[in-house]
Write a protein that binds this ligand. Structure first.
Ligand code: PSU
Ligand code: MN
Length: 306
């Protein structure tokens, strides 16, 4: 028997000392960003956290062992190796096989919660795919957040998904969606989507207060903090619409389905936009990491379990 999961010394020390920790996912590195920018991004996200006085906990499965917090070699591996895309259901299979995998939002949130890490930064959340009424393709990110008390900072969901259906499902699953200084749900590369949300907060401290109330009320779900990219950094909406239409048609022609859909669309869009979507993707992710750092800091300041 090996250890079922390993919390790195840095993360374990931070949790014990109740200093702030932020979880980071590895699928965005392994399957969501092209090499070699993905490796730079993985290191940069960690550095943004360290500069803010927060301990990064990048999460992945390496050789069958889920790891909460990676060393430099682990970060290199998630960027350079061809890892399986691992959602929650893949964790026991990878563990038993001694195999490696890059964790999705769902699997990252699951492992973060297991370790006691409450705040998690990503790019975009998975959601309900277009045509899901026929394909049933809905990301396990949603069902996992229904049972996992982790606050996920994301730039909403990509417009390749069915945003309206995603918001409906989050409502059904009792997952609060809170806009950061907005009541318009963002659509990843763009500041806005056509959909509004009920609640917004003005500060990271307000998010931490919601987390505390959540614990007091026995609410065991996750919280989605929707953090729109600053206007001056967003993708040009006209180019966005054009590339998106092309990408959806290409996915149709290629007949991709299941877990291959999200990586296919992301890769297609980076190429078809000549890399512009990639720059926006990196900017929004940095923006989310910075906000997550503030939320984790406020959460630690509440004296609660980080
Ligand atoms: N959205 C992005 N970039 C990503 C993903 C989503 O903008 O890299 C990844 C995340 O890891 C997310 C996963 O959890 O895709 C969702 O995949 P699926 O739709 O197969 O559940
Ligand atoms: Mn899917």
């Amino acid at each position: 028997m090996t250890t079922p999961f390993i919390i790195s010394d840095a993360v374990a020390d931070a949790l014990a000392a109740r200093t702030p920790v932020v979880a980071l996912e590895s699928t965005i590195i392994s399957h969501g960003l092209p090499r070699p920018r993905n490796h730079e991004a993985a290191k940069e996200f960690e550095q943004i956290l360290r500069d803010a006085g927060v301990t990064p906990a990048t999460i992945a499965v390496l050789d069958g062992v889920p790891r909460i917090g990676l060393d430099d070699e682990g970060v290199r591996r998630i960027a350079e190796e061809d890892l399986a895309k691992a959602s929650v259901r893949d964790l026991p299979v990878l563990a038993a096989a001694g195999a490696s995998g890059a964790t999705t939002v769902a699997a990252t949130a699951h492992l973060a919660a297991l370790a006691g890490v409450r705040v998690f930064a990503t790019g975009g959340l998975g959601g309900v795919h277009r045509g899901a009424s026929g394909t049933f393709d809905e990301s396990a990110d949603l069902s996992t957040l229904a049972v996992t008390p982790v606050t996920v900072v994301s730039a909403g969901v990509k417009s390749v998904l069915d945003i309206a259906a995603t918001l409906e499902r989050l409502e059904t699953l009792s997952v609060p969606v809170v806009g950061y200084r907005t009541t318009v749900f963002p659509s990843f590369w763009l500041r806005e989507s056509a959909f509004t949300i009920d609640w917004s907060v003005e500060s990271a401290a307000q998010v931490a207060a919601i987390m505390r109330s959540q614990d007091e009320l026995g609410h065991g779900q996750g919280i989605v903090v929707a953090n729109p990219i600053p206007l001056e950094l967003q993708w040009d909406p006209a180019e966005h619409d054009r590339v998106l239409t092309e990408a959806l048609a290409a996915a149709d022609r290629a007949g991709v389905h299941g877990k291959a859909v999200t990586p296919f669309l992301l890769g297609y869009i980076v190429n078809a936009s000549n890399g512009r979507s990639l720059e926006v993707n990196l900017d929004l992710a940095r923006n989310n990491v910075r906000l997550a750092a503030e939320i984790a800091t406020e959460w630690a300041a509440l004296g609660a379990r980080v």
